[in-house]
Design a protein around this ligand. Structure first.
Ligand code: UGA
Length: 483
């Protein structure tokens, strides 16, 4: 099949690479010349600057020039194309709706080219990135407006998690195709022939509107589940001494109907998808005049979760951040990525600065350059000068009064020794990811430990532990306001 993939970001590039592995002739197209130049170079560092996914560089290297081609001009290629996948960025707007400007520009450009093609073979235009319900229909209208002949539209949402894009594309749990005609389903069956009738992969054919809704529901349900653990399991274990979070997880998720994924309490779920998608779904349901109470609560719980532990440090541990130095470990929204979009660390930094910290000493194994770009850009205010960047966790911790662990990087698991070797108590450890399983040794040595999903622990703390059975009244009223 001859395939064009429009947009070569986190969704488009891995998709194009894996399609080319199956012997399709794939043209990966982007208007960003720098990106295309980087991909064409085949150089690992250049490619990973844009999309950092295990297995991606090898796949690109293997297929480039044979089955995979990069271009900034598709005018010559549209003739004879069977399918065009639209993989464009649809960032959230302030009101929660999706900014479709990149998408619409690409759709109109494509429509003009398709309207003037010589070969009038059937071509299917497929929405791959997450777009509001009804966008396939919108795409159909755009094509008709430009006089495109013999085309179909489809929705084929991607369900990949970052860090697993290549493995996930080679072996998805499901392929969802929403289209209008047997002819278009037929074309996509040939594109995805390796997945049709697969014993373990569900291949679902439905309407475009259903496919679009499946994606929003899937992401929103996952976030609802995470918020349930943070907002219920976490709160119980943070309020009542002697609740063991790990046992709570095991006991509840031993039911086959309840997943372990999503049950690790955290300082909130970040990334480019969950927050954006739930906001968009709220916007879409509001537009339809429907209640969004559940989704609004899920969103609020998740956003507040990102800085909740800082409020607990103030109200439960009595920590005064004013003029203190805080080490911040982990900037990316999850381990194994440099992506900081919607990351808890962004809100943590804002909250710490607002509380008057003297300095924030940051470290992340992958996201340091992105963080520098983010916080150093000229339009950011001078408060961001208080952030310094360090080469290791140890260096960041050195000279600090407190530590905040924000990302679940595996290398942070050995932190208790690093802490003991680097700083003397009094020292407060805020663990937003429960990364310090041997916290007891720390506490015995006099450090204070405040984890998500657990009470404040400090040496000689029997009375303290009892007091923590109650949520401090000031905090209780803050939580009520939030609710
Ligand atoms: C998410 C979905 O998992 C994918 O299925 C979906 O295709 C994708 O969005 C998308 O729409 O493109 P992703 O954003 O890459 O994937 O990240 P996840 O691995 O799902 O993690 C999201 C956030 O939840 C992270 O901050 C993670 O640390 C957090 N999380 C995850 C928890 O706080 N607790 C958990 O138990 C699991």
């Amino acid at each position: 099949m001859k395939i064009i993939v429009v947009g070569t970001g986190f969704v488009g590039l891995p998709h194009a690479a894996v399609l080319s592995e199956y012997g399709h002739e794939v043209y990966a197209y982007d208007i960003d010349h720098k990106r295309i130049k980087a991909y064409k170079s085949g150089d690992r560092e250049e490619i990973e600057r844009y999309v950092n996914e295990p297995g991606l560089v090898a796949s690109v290297a293997e297929n480039m020039g044979r089955y995979l081609f990069f271009t900034t001009d598709i005018s010559e290629i549209v003739d004879g194309t069977d399918a065009v996948f639209l993989c464009l960025n649809t960032p959230p707007k302030r009101d929660g709706s999706s900014d479709l400007s990149y998408y619409l520009n690409a759709a109109h450009h494509l429509a003009e080219l398709l309207a003037n093609r010589e070969q009038k073979n059937r071509v299917v235009l497929v929405n791959k990135s997450t777009v509001p319900v009804g966008t396939a229909r919108l795409l159909e209208n755009i094509m008709e407006e430009h006089g495109v002949e013999n085309f179909g539209v489809a929705s084929n949402p991607e369900f990949l998690a970052q860090g697993n894009a290549i493995a996930g594309s080679r072996r998805p749990d499901r392929v969802v195709i929403g289209a209008d005609s047997e002819e278009d389903f037929g074309i996509l069956r040939r594109v995805y022939s390796q997945f049709v009738n697969h014993v373990r992969i569900r291949y679902l054919e439905t309407t475009p509107e259903t496919a679009e809704t499946i994606k929003y529901m899937a992401n929103t349900l996952l976030l609802t589940y995470i918020s349930f653990w943070n907002g219920v399991g976490g709160r119980m274990a943070e309020s009542v001494p002697n609740i063991r979070m790990e046992d709570l997880k095991l006991g509840v998720t031993s039911d086959d109907r309840i997943s372990t994924w999503g049950s690790y309490v955290s300082n909130g779920a970040g990334g480019s998808c969950f927050g954006k998608d739930i906001q968009s779904l709220i916007y879409q349901l509001n537009n339809a005049g429907r209640s969004t109470d559940l989704l609004q609560a899920v969103y609020n719980i998740n956003e507040y979760q990102k800085t909740y532990i800082i409020d607990r440090a103030v109200y439960e541990a009595g920590f005064n951040f004013n003029q203190k130095t805080v080490a911040l470990l982990g900037l990316a929204f999850k381990k194994r990525t440099n992506d900081m979009r919607d990351s808890a660390a962004l809100k943590v930094v804002e909250s710490l600065l607002a509380r008057g910290v003297k300095a924030i000493r940051a470290y992340d194994p992958l996201a340091m350059d992105d963080a520098r770009d983010f916080w150093f850009s000229p339009d950011k205010n001078h408060l961001f000068d208080r952030i310094t960047y360090h080469a290791s966790a140890k260096e960041a911790i050195s000279g600090s009064d407190a530590l905040y662990v924000s990302t679940d990087w595996e290398e942070f698991r050995g932190l208790s020794r690093t802490i003991e070797m680097t700083v003397k108590p009094p020292f407060l450890v805020m663990d937003g990811r429960r990364m310090i399983p041997d916290f007891e040794t720390l506490v015995k040595a006099g450090y204070e430990y405040l984890p998500v999903g657990g009470t404040l622990l400090k040496a000689k703390a029997e009375s303290q532990k009892r007091d923590n059975g109650k949520v401090p009244s000031k905090m209780a009223s803050e939580l009520e306001t939030l609710a």
